[in-house]
Design a protein around this ligand. Structure first.
Ligand SMILES: C[S@@+](CC[C@H](N)C(=O)[O-])C[C@H]1O[C@@H](n2cnc3c(N)ncnc32)[C@H](O)[C@@H]1O
Length: 228
């Protein structure tokens, strides 16, 4: 497998490094190399991901959308070795932090990408057992509402990427956004709605909100076939 080690450095040219000890001879520390191995570098923005090649095995896939610093993703992956975990995050520094945490976890990969695009165009159909969307940016100002990620189009891409019976877990502390998310999901007949009361590790933002004493609102959407 090849990795592009340069992608962890801002502005550095992407350089293909073969996955062997020659890398270390070229001056990359093994810790840096382990981090770089967790990153997915795309050859194309229109081809679907080859998940078996990326993870070097076939296993159920869980995807954390906007994975932030990767603490939730990596804690979950460490305790669930029989599943593959993909973190998608658009901010470089957070991808770097996540890659550092994932360096020793063979079942984690990271993609620096806009989540909606990745779900719609890069994930193969029916490839995901579970999505997590934990504390998506609420964009509270009215003029910013159009930046919110949960829309009918987004849910339709999620539906296409989920396996039969797969689900998405959504958490937010923002009661207004939660109301909107419920409205959007209730009008989509492709999902059954639950409360997502599973025992999950705390994400970084989950921890921050818990420390502040904020109420966290959860939703689980399970893929069903719409009644015709
Ligand atoms: C409030 S933070 C929550 C991070 C993490 N899920 C947690 O619970 O700790 C939202 C994260 O989503 C990322 N994000 C927001 N919109 C995104 C998008 N469209 N695509 C990818 N990442 C996004 C942000 O950069 C940020 O890291």
């Amino acid at each position: 497998m090849n990795v592009v080690a340069g992608s962890l450095r801002r502005g550095a040219p992407a350089r293909l490094l073969p996955a062997d000890t020659a890398t270390q001879r070229r001056g990359y520390s093994s810790a840096y190399y382990d981090m770089a191995c967790r990153l997915i570098e795309l050859d194309s923005l229109i081809d679907r991901l080859d998940l078996e090649k990326i993870f070097e095995r076939n296993a159920p896939l869980h995807v954390d959308l906007g994975c932030g610093d990767g603490s939730f993703l990596c804690t979950l992956a460490q305790g669930t070795q029989d599943k593959n975990f993909l973190g998608i995050e658009r901010l470089l520094n957070r991808v770097r932090t996540s890659a550092r945490k994932a360096a020793k976890l063979d079942n984690v990969r990271l993609l620096r990408m806009e989540s909606s695009y990745a779900v719609r165009y890069l994930l193969p159909a029916e490839s995901v057992e579970r999505f997590y969307l934990l504390f998506p940016d609420p964009w509270p100002k009215r003029r910013h509402h159009r930046r919110r990620i949960v829309t009918p189009d987004f849910l339709s891409s999620i539906h296409a990427a989920l396996q039969k019976g797969g689900s998405i877990y959504i958490a937010t502390d923002d009661v207004d956004y939660f109301g909107i998310i419920k409205e959007v999901t209730e009008s989509d007949r492709g999902f059954a709605i639950g409360e997502g009361d599973v025992d999950l590790p705390l994400s970084r933002f989950g921890l921050i909100f818990r420390q502040k004493g904020a109420s966290i609102h959860w939703l689980e959407l399970r893929k069903i076939s719409p009644v015709k």
